[in-house]
Design a protein around this ligand. Structure first.
Ligand code: DQA
Length: 160
């Protein structure tokens, strides 16, 4: 049997403070809750997750490089580096695994500087504004793209 696909869950600056930083914008849940959501979504489809958070641009670039060959895909909330980092954009472009950009808040409805993403053009897609729930959405979109099997059927039926 081949190894379970590996999804990298990567968070940039200040996202270690989730739960206490602007809960009105980013919610009351911390990073461990988000990591658990993504792990549950991925595990249900036969994938595993490796989480990483750093406040340092170079550490994020190094992490993507280090795991580029064994990762099947990446979920990335680059935080403020989304709007500023050419280095992160180039790293995403340089690696083979598809990257889905995730934001808790609706960056398009906030300050004008948050509407510009330097990484969007090299990402497979973007999920923004769905809060914590957006991560499971993004994980499933990524796993669809990777050809992972659907989660076990729930037995749900439509009304007749
Ligand atoms: C964020 C949006 C960014 O503009 C901000 O700098 C963050 C969080 C989000 O998840 O909504 O740190 O990426």
């Amino acid at each position: 049997m081949s190894a379970a696909p590996l999804v990298l869950l990567v968070h940039g600056p200040n996202l270690n403070l989730l739960g206490e930083r602007r809960p009105d914008v980013y919610g009351r849940d911390g990073l461990p809750a988000i990591e658990a959501d993504v792990a549950a979504a991925a595990n249900a489809r036969g994938a595993t997750v490796l989480g990483f958070q750093s406040n340092h641009e170079g550490a994020l670039v190094d992490f993507l490089h280090e795991h580029r060959r064994r990762a099947a895909g990446v979920l990335l909330n680059a935080g403020a580096l989304t709007h500023t980092s050419v280095a992160l954009r180039d790293a995403i472009e340089a690696i083979a695994p598809p990257v889905v950009e995730v934001h808790l808040s609706n960056v398009h409805a906030r300050e004008s500087f948050r509407r510009r993403s330097l990484i969007a053009a090299v990402c497979a897609g973007q999920v923004a504004g769905l809060g914590r729930a957006g991560y499971a959405v993004a994980a499933n979109l990524l796993l669809d793209r990777l050809g992972a099997p659907p989660a076990r059927a729930s037995g749900a039926t439509l009304a007749p």
